[in-house]
Every structure is written in structure tokens, then in C-alpha cells.
Design a protein around this ligand. Sequence first.
Ligand code: UD1
Ligand code: CA
Length: 456
Amino acid sequence: MSDIRIIIMAAGLGTRMKSKTAKVLHRAAGRPLIDYVVDLAREVGDDKPVVIVGHQREDVQKHIGDRARFAVQEKQLGTGHAVLQAIDLVKGAREVLILSGDAPLTRVETVRRLVEEHRRAGNALTLLTMTLDDPALYGRIVRDADGSVVRIVEAKDADEKQQQIREVNAGIYVFGGQHLADNLKRLSTNNAQGEYYLTDLIAMLREAGKRVGALIATDPIEALGVNSRAELATVEGEIQRRVVERLMQAGVTFRNPATVVIDSTVSIGNDTVVYPFVTLEGDTRIGNGCVIDPGVHLTNVVVGNDVHLKSGTVAEDAIIEDEATVGPYAHLRPGTKLGRHVKVGNFVETKKAVFGEGSKASHLSYIGDADVGADVNIGAGTITCNYDGVNKHKTVLEDGVFIGSDTQLVAPVRVGRGAYVGAGSTITKDVPPDALALSRVPQKVVEGWAKRKKQK
Ligand code: UD1
Ligand code: CA
């Protein structure tokens, strides 16, 4: 459908969101609402749809960038007035498809069916409608005795009888390009809201003897627009449901799919098992055969294959390679990279720390600004003292190093290949390869001391 031009209306304020952020930039499942609609337009066949911007237009334009062209509607005088601002940018188009920037759930198949119906029937205008139990504030579809659409009556203009009509306007239209251009300028504001209604074009075209058709959407949720936080939550829930469904089709197991929160930007490989109450956000990519335990929260984390992330692990801007094990309750902060077979255990925090293959920090450590080689063993309670109150300094542990429990590594410091550090040491100077470094106070034993004390 590459000869179709697409207009996306996105100039409205979104008063009911009660927000400083433009409505179409609010996020659902990790992406701004407008992104879903721009993607849809490009999938349908227009590489550069026209987005009509108004409120906070600098933000909206900056976010969309060169994925679209823009028309500016300075004052929001209605949907008809909005489309008028864009009409010159779609001049000469055979068909013009109109979408709303705040309705991100429309499926590409539905739009394609609408366009096909439009072409098949040779219509001047074909719109998507839906049947709702509660038609609420949607425009009512008025049909004549033989069932053809004669006009749309907006909820605020509808009389009592028209209020009862349950078939409503989804707000998605395909126009013959010339029919749209010829009639837009003839719209008036003679209605309850004093706006230029795009929907008045239906009656106008019918009165001029043109064909107007409607396709009834099978799933009304596809037309759901976001006007409030409650609708944003409904839209988010639906996108999440689709994300999980797609992942299950791709071979991912969910122990309890209703409890997970997964952005639409996340990918997961087959045979990975996801436990309840997992949150995966941003550019997170998980490989095959992993186990993601309850309460894991990942943001922009790349995970290899056969990785086990145990309960309560939190990670951000990190890389975890194949067959690593992390947690329970580990905290991987930005710049962490764990190599193959690495084990990071319970209550370990890392930051800008690179671990080579097979290295371990199994319990209760803080490893920051550190370069850890391969096969390094970091004992329980080890701390890198990386911050002197002004600057951050680096700790280097070369391959095969053994750090005894409860060691403080005062950076900058380097422990050479294969060296040992005795438990309880405070290491302030570099340790040469293959050496033993020990800085604890020698143990003193006073025989019989405790017995004598009790006898006093
Ligand atoms: C509109 C339809 C209604 C339909 C409903 C579906 C009209 C007159 N009514 O109503 O029949 O059932 O959508 O959701 O078209 N916008 C602009 N500039 C404006 C006004 C609106 O860009 O001056 C944009 C909004 O940002 C939004 C879209 O157009 O993306 C729809 O506007 P909205 O005010 O939500 O339309 P409704 O009154 O709900
Ligand atoms: Ca309105």
C-alpha cells in the first residue's frame, strides 16, 4: 500500500492527563504512545507520515525526528481544522488515511482491511466503527433504512435517541484524496463544541451523492484512545498482554504471565523461563535457556544464554554473558560486565566492574571501578574502597587472584596475577604476581585469661 499517504492527528492538549508532558509522549510498555502510531503508519506503507502537532510541539517533533513530516496547528479548533493544516503535504495522494496519535492499539491488519474495503467498494470515504456497550463520548454512527452510513453525530450534539446508538466512530478514516481536499474547507463550527468536525465530512459527501462505507472492528480495544491515566493503564495492559503473547509464541515460558511487566522493546530467547513479578525494561535482551527468578528487575541489560538470575536481582546498563549466575539479591549497577561462568552471589553490589570468565564474588561485597581478570575468587565481605571523597579510583585484580574474606582494597591498587591476599587485610599498596599480602594485626592468645576473670 505504498501509494497511500497518512496523517496522524496529535495537536490536542490532553487536559485530563494532568501532566506537563505532551499526551502523545506518555509511555505505554516503555515507548511513547506516538511511536506505536508512527510505526503503524510506516508499516501500512507511508515512510514519512504527516504528524499534526500543536501543544508542546517542540518536544513532540524532537522526539519523532525524521521519521515523519510535520504540520502545525497553532490553535486546536477541531479535528477538521487539524487535517486542513496537513492537506497541502498530501497533495495529489490517491488515498489519505487518518489516524490519531493517542490511539496506539490499532493493528496493521485492521488498517489494511479498511483500505482494501475502501478500494473494493470504490468509496469516497471508508471509516472504522465499533459497537460498544457504553458508547460514552464517541461519535454516534447514524445509518439509514437500508443500513448505509449517513452521518456521524458527536456525543455532545446527539439527541436522546441518538445517544442510544451503540455503533460509534473509531476515529480512523480512509479518504479518496481529492474528496478530502475538496470538502475540508467547507466545514463549519455550527455545533455544540464550536469546532470544525472532521466527522461532518460524512454527511457532506453523502449529500453530494458520494459513496461512504464503514468497516466494523471486531475488537473495539483497537480504537481505544488515551485521554486519562486510567485509559493509559488500560492501553499499557493490552500492549503488555500482546508482548507476552508474542514471547510465548517465540518459545518463552511464563510461570504466571499476568504478574510480569515487560516493555515492548524487550526480547527474550526460546526456552527461557520467567517467574512471577519480573520487570524487564528498556533495551533489555535475554538469550536462550535462561531462568529469571521472581522479583528480578532489569533495565537495559544484555543477558547471554543459560544465565540464571536469582530472586531479587536488580541490574541496569549491564552485560551478563553465557552461563553466569547472579543473586539472589544482587545489584549490578551501570557499567557492569560479567563474563562467561561468572558467579555473583547474594548481597553483592557492582558498578563499572568487569569480571573475566569464571570469576566469583559469592557473598556480601562491593566491587566498584574494578577490572577483575579470569578465575579470580573474591571472598565474602570484600570491599573496593574506590572513592576518596573527591575522585574515583580503579582496582585491578589480575587472572587467578585469590582475595580472602573481609578484605578492603584501597584504590588505586593492583593485585598481580596469581597472588593471594589474606583474610581481613586492608590493601593499600600493589601486590606483585604470585605473592601473599597480609595486613592484619597478628593474633595474641592469653592462656587462662577468661577463667581468671570469672573467678574474680
Ligand atoms: C473524535 C471524533 C469522534 C470519535 C473519536 C474517536 C471528531 C469531531 N470526533 O472525537 O467521532 O468517536 O474521535 O476517538 O472528530 N486533535 C487535533 N486538533 C484538534 C482536535 C483534535 O490534533 O483541534 C487530535 C487530538 O490530539 C487527538 C485526535 O485529534 O489525537 C482526536 O481528538 P479528540 O479531541 O480526542 O476527539 P474526540 O472529541 O474524542
Ligand atoms: Ca474533542
